[in-house]
Ligand binder design. Structure first.
Ligand SMILES: *Cc1c(COP(=O)(O)O)cnc(C)c1O
Length: 347
């Protein structure tokens, strides 16, 4: 593992915050952090390692607390992967194409070469193709399953081949795994010491606004994340809200996931019957990709109707494709009605 880590990170002496140093909770007078004594409870710096929240997550996610990193969205974890493992202008990463755009944006920000391996016409990968793009300077492979924007689970056997043969870090982004029937790879952490699995509160947990992302990995990797992150990267309001959600709302969240899955089935069937629809791609997520007659024109028409979908038509393999999130029954009906009207007017 040490060989994969950048020299400056290996040698880094991390910032030690006031709250890091006192540890434990027996004290009652806090004159160590230059906080105001007024304005409780938000006058105090939050727990830098979010212990209470991780303890609850350990049960819900079935991952030991010591294997969890929490960040300001998954985007923070993605950025930290580059900052920990990738030497700018020397190392590179390999990712499937198309996939989530932040992997490439973070590569560009960190001045790290980003290599793309095209998926096939079913949006599937071949482990051999991905591994063939790797060389001695490939530190990270990014996989996303279910994949965004295509919506499908990646072939598990191919993913496992990569996990077994790649000597660097494999990131598996499972932001949408709550909507998939595949067994989440986060439950296999113990078998893959160089795997990092990403999850988020932004999708199935209905909490995109609180900005909370998770990374699950070997304790050594979690230690590196903790060393490099900003000391108080997850604010107190976010920690509090997430704790309440995990304590009180998990039943409701699972019911909502089921509602979205039912609605996904009917929505994809109805969409496929629209005259403008050329193909609906299979989905294991809370959205689906559809090829339509003229994506740009339909996108603009929908904007005029006050309905926003994601135009993915400029993305590799996604010509004339729109990505459509499953909304409430009412929202989905509005989209379908607008598209029926579009056809009726002969636009
Ligand atoms: C939406 C999404 C995320 C979530 O990112 P956050 O920063 O946690 O909101 C992560 N990965 C993928 C593939 C996504 O589509």
């Amino acid at each position: 593992m040490q060989e994969l880590v950048r020299k400056n990170i290996q040698q880094l002496k991390p910032y030690s915050s006031a709250r890091d140093e006192y540890k434990g909770r027996q004290a009652s007078v806090f004159l160590d952090a230059n906080e105001s004594p007024y304005g409780a409870p938000l006058n105090r710096y939050p727990d830098p390692l979010q212990e209470e929240l991780k303890h609850l997550l350990a049960t819900v996610k079935q991952v030991p607390a010591g294997n969890i990193f929490l960040g300001n969205g998954s985007d923070e974890a993605i950025d930290l992967v580059y900052r920990i493992f990738c030497e700018p202008r020397i190392d590179n990463v390999v990712a499937i194409d198309p996939t989530y755009g932040m992997y490439e944006v973070c590569a560009d920000i960190n001045d790290v070469e980003y290599r793309k391996v095209a998926l096939d016409e079913h949006f599937q990968l071949k482990a051999a193709d991905v591994l063939a793009e790797c060389d001695a300077h490939t530190k990270v492979i990014f996989l996303c399953s279910p994949n965004n924007p295509t919506g499908n689970d990646l072939d598990r056997n191919e993913v496992l081949k990569i996990l077994q043969s790649f000597k660097g870090i494999t990131v598996v982004d499972e932001a949408y795994s709550d909507f998939s029937s595949q067994r989440p790879l986060r439950l296999e952490l113990a078998n893959y010491p160089r795997m990092i699995v990403l999850n988020t509160f932004s999708k199935a947990y209905g909490s995109a606004a609180i900005r909370l992302g998770m990374a699950f990995a070997d304790a050594e990797i979690i230690g590196l994340f903790n060393k490099v992150k900003y000391p108080y990267n997850v604010n107190q309001l976010t920690q509090q809200r997430a704790i309440e959600l995990l304590q009180n709302d998990m039943l409701k969240i699972h019911q909502r996931i089921n509602l979205i899955l039912e609605e996904r089935t009917t929505m994809m069937q109805s969409f496929a019957r629209l005259p403008i629809c050329e193909k609906v791609y299979p989905s294991d997520a809370n959205f689906f990709l559809a090829r339509v007659s003229d994506a740009n024109k339909i996108y603009d028409y929908l904007v005029d109707c006050g309905i926003i979908v994601r135009n993915r038509s400029h993305i590799h393999l996604c010509g004339n494709c729109l990505r459509i999130t499953i909304g409430t029954k009412e929202e989905n009906t509005q989209l379908l009605s607008a598209l029926i009207e579009y056809g009726r007017r002969g636009l």
